[in-house]
Design a protein around this ligand. Structure first.
Ligand SMILES: Cc1cc2nc3c(=O)[nH]c(=O)nc-3n(C[C@H](O)[C@H](O)[C@H](O)COP(=O)(O)OP(=O)(O)OC[C@H]3O[C@@H](n4cnc5c(N)ncnc54)[C@H](O)[C@@H]3O)c2cc1C
Ligand code: SF4
Length: 338
């Protein structure tokens, strides 16, 4: 049985207290929310904080509230099962509720939070192993070693961003609120992510992810599709999030046969160290009728920035190949076509 290493556990009652405790702990500190990612990582000694600061009691991280402009503000501390079950409040955001429902298992979703999901550690077959396994290969650059076994000679780590909801919030154009010792800032969700498996987000260590603001629903559609080995539970090997505003669509009004794309975002998860925007595909679709031909051409373009490496499940070739049909399916879904 894997055991947790010794650590100091702190449970702040206010956001300010949490920020202060984290700043005081310095590089030895880490926040925890549901602990479904951090604690297994600690058991495998992938992360070894000496001080763990639990965010569970912070009221600022709770709840769903109206946001300016008609959108919704989701507290980062919402459990995934709460997100999944907010069918009425989140009726305009099926990509969020569906994405949350696709994560891990019901038991883990009762613990795991929205914020923890967006800040999930990046994954790699050479890293997501027990301590002895990793020691046998002399560790790797991401923790305790010097070499990247996926790309020896590489100066960076290629571990994979495997959060299901990260591509969804980027596709929706959501904003995230961060609060730390230097104050509060709100940034586009896209700016939260960096293309580096070791430094994969732009949050400062003492900053708490407080909330996620979603745009007002209506006038657009979004979907999330997940490819994984086991349907029961598994991390994505490809996540495809598509958001589109289509001409002739207003709220629930029916779509024209081939609606024109006014604006679109196509975001790929689990095929890079950050959620990847397929910008060439978006550019190709903007202003065009969403015909089957346009969908196929865009799906082809969208597969190009996907750069899977040999560090997760399935073969690289298949993971690259599957992008095209998945993007095409997602575009058909937002067009309301089977
Ligand atoms: C068997 C198994 C299967 C899983 N399957 C999936 C899957 O299919 N898809 C998927 O996306 N994930 C999956 N997960 C990962 C995990 O359960 C979820 O991503 C979950 O949402 C993580 O949330 P948490 O609150 O438990 O995170 P924690 O473990 O508490 O935290 C994760 C990281 O985020 C930081 N953090 C958390 N909240 C905040 C905050 N508010 N402010 C600042 N930092 C914060 C922590 O410091 C830590 O670094 C799986 C995990 C397991 C064990
Ligand atoms: S990509 Fe390389 S450095 Fe990063 S976790 Fe995998 S083996 Fe380690």
């Amino acid at each position: 049985m894997l055991r947790l290493p010794p650590f100091e556990y702190r449970r702040p009652r206010t956001l300010d207290e949490a920020i202060r405790m984290r700043a005081d702990a310095g590089p030895e500190g880490e926040f925890v929310a549901g602990g479904t990612d951090l604690y297994p990582n600690m058991k495998r000694r992938q992360q070894t904080p000496a001080v763990v600061i639990d965010l569970a009691d912070l009221p600022d991280l709770r709840g769903v509230a109206a946001a300016p402009g008609g959108g919704l503000r989701l507290g980062a501390g919402l459990r995934l099962s709460e997100v999944e079950s907010q069918k009425d409040l989140l009726a305009g955001y099926p990509a969020i509720t569906g994405g949350a429902a696709s994560i891990s298992t019901p038991i883990l979703r009762n613990m795991g939070t929205l914020g923890g999901n967006l800040l999930l550690d990046t994954r790699c077959n050479y890293y997501d192993q027990g301590y002895e396994w990793r020691r046998a290969i002399d560790f790797c650059m991401k923790k305790d070693g010097e070499t990247c076994w996926v790309a020896p000679g590489s100066a960076r780590c290629w571990a994979v961003q495997s959060s299901d909801l990260a591509p969804v919030v980027v596709a929706l154009g959501a904003e995230v609120e961060l609060r730390g010792r230097e104050g509060a800032r709100t940034i586009p969700a896209e700016a939260l992510y960096l293309d580096d498996g070791m430094r994969f987000h732009s949050k400062r260590p003492d900053e708490v992810l407080v909330s996620i603001s979603l745009p007002a629903p209506g006038g657009w559609r979004a979907t999330y599709r997940k490819v994984r080995r086991r349907g029961s539970f598994d991390f994505p090997v490809l996540g495809t999030a598509v958001w589109a505003r289509l001409a002739g669509r207003n709220g629930g009004a029916p779509l024209a046969e081939e609606p024109v794309v006014e604006e679109v975002r196509i975001v790929l998860g689990a095929v890079g160290s950050r959620p990847i925007r397929a910008r060439a595909a978006e550019d190709a679709l903007r202003g065009k009728a969403l015909t089957e031909e346009a969908i196929r051409a865009a799906a082809d373009l969208a597969s190009r920035p996907a750069k899977p490496l040999d560090n997760t499940d399935f073969t690289i070739g298949w993971r690259k190949e599957i992008v095209r049909p998945e993007v095409a399916r997602a575009l058909r879904e937002v067009a309301g076509r089977p």
